[in-house]
Write a protein that binds this ligand. Structure first.
Ligand SMILES: CC(C)(COP(=O)(O)OP(=O)(O)OC[C@H]1O[C@@H](n2cnc3c(N)ncnc32)[C@H](O)[C@@H]1OP(=O)(O)O)[C@@H](O)C(=O)NCCC(=O)NCCS
Length: 172
């Protein structure tokens, strides 16, 4: 007898996680306006011309492979973190935005450690960073990501996206 493929797979990751200094909680509809307004006034989204309305559309679009979390620190909204899984033998970190007042407190580093620690372990972690986003590129390099490609004019003409990969497990 032939087995059929599951059309809608169960969610692979939990709706919330407690990290050492922050928590992740699945995005809710009532988070979207505030998060989108904050991102639209921050680089790289500001420089790339994202509008709050466009970001709300992205965050609420049905997309079973996109895991979307609000970042809370001491109960306060501190940013947003979205990753796509499955992607290329590992997750693709699609949005990582920590509000300026919560940056440089170690939250970004915790998120990197956390995603690497998820079971049963990924072979790769991927992300893209805009070519002008030097601080974020440095951050990714320090966390072991290496540049693997340049996606010319991907989001906006004149700005390339750098594709970065961290290899975790080399052998199956
Ligand atoms: C890039 C980003 C995700 C990093 O997150 P973060 O929470 O600021 O990262 P960390 O605090 O772990 O590390 C950042 C810096 O703070 C320093 N730091 C970490 N913990 C610290 C602490 N307790 N006290 C002081 N400094 C600290 C780190 O050494 C690091 O130094 P650097 O700025 O010279 O690179 C965040 O800054 C951000 O959201 N930026 C804007 C959006 C963006 O560019 N997103 C990525 C591309 S989509």
């Amino acid at each position: 007898m032939t087995e059929s493929f599951e059309m809608s797979s169960p969610k692979r990751f939990s709706p919330s996680y407690v990290l050492p200094s922050c928590t992740l909680r699945s995005l809710r509809r009532d988070d979207l306006e505030a998060i989108s307004n904050r991102l639209a006034e921050m680089d790289p989204w500001k420089r790339l011309g994202y509008s709050p309305e466009g970001l709300v559309g992205y965050f609420q679009r049905p997309d079973p492979a996109l895991y979307r979390y609000a970042i809370l620190k001491s109960g306060l909204p501190a940013g947003v973190f979205c990753f796509r899984f499955p992607w290329l033998m590992g997750p693709f970190l699609e949005v990582g935005g920590i509000y300026p007042e919560f940056q440089r407190l170690g939250v970004g580093g915790e998120l990197m450690q956390w995603i690497e620690s998820l079971e049963p372990g990924f072979r790769n972690i991927w992300t893209t960073v805009s070519s002008f986003n030097i601080r974020s590129l440095k951050f990714c390099h320090r966390h072991g990501f290496r540049e693997t490609g340049i996606l010319v004019d991907l989001i906006k003409a004149g700005h390339d996206e750098i594709l970065l990969r961290k290899t975790l497990i080399k052998e199956l």
